[in-house]
Design a binder for this molecule. Sequence first.
Ligand code: ATP
Ligand code: MG
Length: 257
Amino acid sequence: MSRILAVANQKGGVGKTTTSINLAAGLSSAGKRVLLVDLDPQGNATMGSGIDKRESRATVYEVVLGECDIHSARIHCENGGFDLVPANQELAGAEVELVGLERRETRLKDALAAVDSEYDYILIDCPPALNLLTVNGLTAAHAVMIPMQCEYYALEGLSDLVQTIKKVRSHLNPSLEIEGLLRTMYDPRNTLSQQVSDQLQKHFGAKVYRTIIPRNVRLAEAPSHGIPAIHFDKQSKGALAYLSLADEILQQRSPTH
Ligand code: ATP
Ligand code: MG
């Protein structure tokens, strides 16, 4: 059975997609079988994995609407070593089209059940909104990974996400856990970052990953080449940080823990 993680935060630009791609690539290079699901109409995880979202092919849109089997929509990403269910702008319409359908919150969960035995990890890159797509991501997942920047409003936004997680837990997915909070784009010279980081640790304790992702330009450059940063520049600080995050996650699940 696979471990399904939703990478979510309704705040935009906090590093969800960068985390999804590099964690998928990091877990793959550790020998795990990984599926990355792009659940964002922006299609950034698709492009960053080296798949052109403008090419016509089946996407997660058809999968959630039940028009296409997940086996036909997934595609192997050579550059990352993982499989991807791509997304493009069309997915923006799914929000409206799903409303009238039965089991609208469990569409992704139902689809993933068909490939569950083929992967060790399934990562879901959620859009920057607490909408029906994100609810589908949270309903399909065992746990949520929350990337966040250590800035003043970060904690405020977190309480809305925690409320949504609680609602999903009580109505749709009782065993949904918070896997961890990931500090991204971290600049140790910034005292506010340090203060917010300290506060996070105080409130969430062991739920905060030990690994901190630094601000690193190579992480921002890699997507335009369609190559995960961990392969684009293996020695960069960003690459090393994401490799250490993959290790941390693997250790959490290893039988000795
Ligand atoms: P959205 O909410 O729009 O989906 P997101 O949360 O998925 O955004 P990303 O797309 O991963 O965030 O990152 C936002 C921008 O910041 C991107 O241009 C990305 O390349 C860049 N970026 C992400 N992480 C880092 C980092 N650690 N250092 C430098 N740049 C980063
Ligand atoms: Mg994104």
